[in-house]
Ligand binder design. Structure first.
Ligand SMILES: CN(C)Cc1n[nH]c2ccc(-c3ccc(F)cc3OCCn3ccnc3)cc12
Length: 389
């Protein structure tokens, strides 16, 4: 009976505690294309598989509503992510996307289950090891039909669709701990709109604190400090690609980006992704910062329906001190109307979190590699060079 904790995950190629020493680094299970099922996994009656076309407004709306009402909440069930349709198209329609990797389950034409994959090339622990794999995200089952064991079937089906393309690994993140994290990172929040954060219950005042005091404490200048800071444009793509690929080599887990991928992931999109470059000397880009827009719905609050949150994406500081670059990111995010700026303690983020007055969040984000044993059992957050939205 699949109802013991992790009963499903114990059937999957993930290192378990007592294998951490014995498994050799690399794939845990050999992938054999001939053994891959050609037909989709069976679903309970009335449930049907569908490939969701996010370019189709109606289907995109169905995904939006399913996630808005049933996707990830914080530990106190006060906030739930509210990914916009434009954001989902950005996150799930990158270059090289496979249409059958946007997987839905419908009952009477209503979307009740969802899971996605996008193709990535992940560099693992050193220059030589690069693996074509999938980045899994947006696993969601409607609240009303949970405990039907639909999630394991969604996972097995997208795994089958990845195997059919002769790919045998995956990377994903989750707030929960299942077998077996490769890294446990923590998230931090920097207040931009102290009054609103208190009104929605995100922050709370201790006895000696007042709203006015908090506003003063987190106050930011009107304009960024760094000379030559401006929104990224198409003409910057080549330089941003070189800066990013060079910068990421220092980490043990990172993607390599083509110029096409940099165009997709970094060119500014209103209310989705903001990227700013530093061009001091004419035509020379030396640094860039980026953050994405992911509001959370405030589940029950008389005054506010949403918390506007900016999430640190990739930031490359080669000439500008990282603390100054990120201080400018806070100013830019405040000016774009965000209430809070979030960041994980991955990459070099530890260097600015304290100094810029970020506060620790109440949970963690765990990174996972499917069917891969690392040389080192766990990676430190600062060794992680990938951000999953
Ligand atoms: C990554 N991607 C897979 C979405 C995802 N899934 N599970 C999660 C658990 C935490 C975070 C997260 C990551 C960075 C961060 F600064 C704050 C976060 O969560 C705050 C708590 N919260 C949840 C909903 N509204 C607020 C993301 C995720």
């Amino acid at each position: 009976k699949l109802n013991k904790p992790h009963q499903f995950w114990e059937t999957q190629p993930m290192p378990n505690i007592n294998e951490l020493e014995s498994l050799k680094p690399g794939p845990i299970q050999e992938g054999i294309l001939a053994d891959v099922r050609k037909d989709p996994f069976n679903l309970i009656s009335k449930f049907e598989w569908c490939n969701v076309d996010l370019r189709n407004e109606e289907q995109a709306q169905q995904v939006y509503t399913l996630l808005k009402e049933n996707y990830v909440e914080d530990d106190d069930n006060m906030f739930r992510f509210d990914y916009s349709i434009d954001f989902l198209r950005w996150a799930l329609l990158p270059p090289g996307q496979h249409p059958d990797w946007i997987v839905g389950v419908k009952v009477n034409q209503k979307l009740v289950g969802f899971i996605t994959g996008i193709p990535v090339t992940l560099h693992i622990e050193n220059q030589q090891t690069k693996v074509k794999m999938t980045e899994i995200n947006f696993l969601c089952v409607h609240k009303k039909i949970r405990a039907n064991r639909l999630a394991p079937v969604l996972i097995k089906e997208i795994t089958r669709r990845v195997h059919i393309k002769n790919m045998w690994q995956a990377v994903y993140t989750a707030g929960i701990v299942v077998p077996t994290p490769i890294s446990q990172t923590r998230y931090y929040h920097r207040s931009l709109n102290a009054k609103k954060l208190i009104e929605v219950g995100f922050s709370s005042l201790s006895a000696r604190q007042t709203i006015a005091r908090q506003q003063k404490l987190y106050k930011l200048p009107e304009e960024p400090k760094t000379q030559g800071l401006r929104a990224m444009k198409k003409k910057d793509v080549a330089q941003v690609t070189k800066l990013l690929n060079e910068y990421l080599k220092q980490f043990k887990l990172y993607f390599k980006y083509t110029e096409d991928e940099v165009k997709h992931w970094f060119l500014p999109r209103k209310d989705v992704i903001s990227t700013y470059v530093v061009e001091k000397e004419q035509g020379v880009v030396t640094d860039f910062l980026s953050f994405y827009n992911l509001p959370s719905q405030v589940i029950k609050n008389p005054k506010h329906t949403h918390l506007r949150a900016a999430y640190s994406y990739y930031n490359v500081a080669t000439q500008t001190p990282i603390v100054q670059l990120m201080y400018d990111a806070l100013i830019l995010a405040k000016n774009e109307g965000y209430d809070v700026f979030n960041a994980l303690d991955i990459m070099e983020n530890e260097k600015f979190l304290k100094e810029l007055m970020f506060c620790p969040g109440d949970g963690q984000l765990n990174y996972y590699l499917y069917n891969w044993k690392l040389e080192s059992n766990m990676l430190k957050p600062e060794e992680i060079g990938i951000v999953l939205v």
